[in-house]
Design a protein around this ligand. Structure first.
Ligand code: UP5
Ligand code: MG
Length: 199
């Protein structure tokens, strides 16, 4: 086929670690398309006629991870649409996925032969910093999960389910870590160095 195989960077880190913020900066400076799994799920939740709206809403509020079939369909569709519009856009930042074993298995089953995972960009940030950033954002974000109760659950899910996935990639030598507790610009300086080394 004339289509290039999508090249994927998984972007992981705790709630509020700065995944979305840094992905926006990457897109401004490099040829990547940003796909946030959380944003795609929130859009699906809001879509008129979605059969998954209720399920997604309750999972997000409870900090639980949505069944992978739903998430992977949204990600695959977004990747296909991007590449159909512009074949040069074959580099993707997949933000907030894979978050657990179910996500990882779903990716392997559906996407392993369709896309190359180059590496995992890991925003390493202490729990307190993460929670405080989300609480601060919660004053204006309107996100149903930016409150103390949901945040406790998001953090638990992150520590129990997502950290082991990061460790798995770490063992494969695929993790590029950044200390994400610093300022946006300091973090981005490290991100740039990583991207330029990989390219
Ligand atoms: N901020 C950012 N960087 C800063 C810095 N260096 N210094 C100071 N402040 C900084 O940033 C968060 C806030 O901090 C912002 O106000 C920002 O200005 C500030 P952001 O860039 O938004 O951080 P991010 O890591 O993207 O935080 P987010 O809340 O999006 O992370 P989550 O991983 O919790 O949320 P996500 O949207 O990925 O997922 C939400 C839910 O969706 C999950 O809990 C789950 O229920 C569901 N989900 C799935 O089920 N499956 C998936 O695959 C994905 C999501
Ligand atoms: Mg985000």
């Amino acid at each position: 086929s004339l289509m290039k195989k999508p090249q994927v960077v998984f972007v992981l880190g705790g709630p509020g670690a700065g995944k979305g913020t840094q992905c926006s900066k990457i897109v401004e400076n490099y040829c990547y398309t940003h796909l946030s799994a959380g944003d795609l799920l929130r859009a699906e939740r809001a879509r008129e006629g979605s059969e998954f709206g209720q399920l997604i809403a309750s999972h997000i509020k409870e900090g639980k991870i949505v069944p992978v079939e739903i998430t992977i369909n949204l990600l695959r569709k977004a990747m296909e649409e991007t590449m159909q519009k512009d074949a040069k856009k074959f580099r993707f930042l997949i933000d907030g996925f894979p978050r657990n074993e179910d996500n990882l298995q779903g990716w392997k089953k559906d996407m392993d032969d369709k896309a190359d995972v180059k590496f995992v960009l890991f925003f390493d940030c202490g729990n307190e910093v993460c929670i405080n950033r989300c609480l601060e954002r919660g004053k204006s974000s309107g996100r149903t999960d930016d409150n103390r109760e949901s945040l406790e659950k998001r953090l638990q899910t992150y520590l129990q389910s997502t950290r082991p996935i990061i460790e798995l990639y770490e063992k494969q030598g695929k993790v590029r870590s950044v200390d994400a507790s610093r300022s946006v610009d300091e973090v981005f300086a490290d991100v740039k160095a990583i991207l330029e080394k990989e390219d």
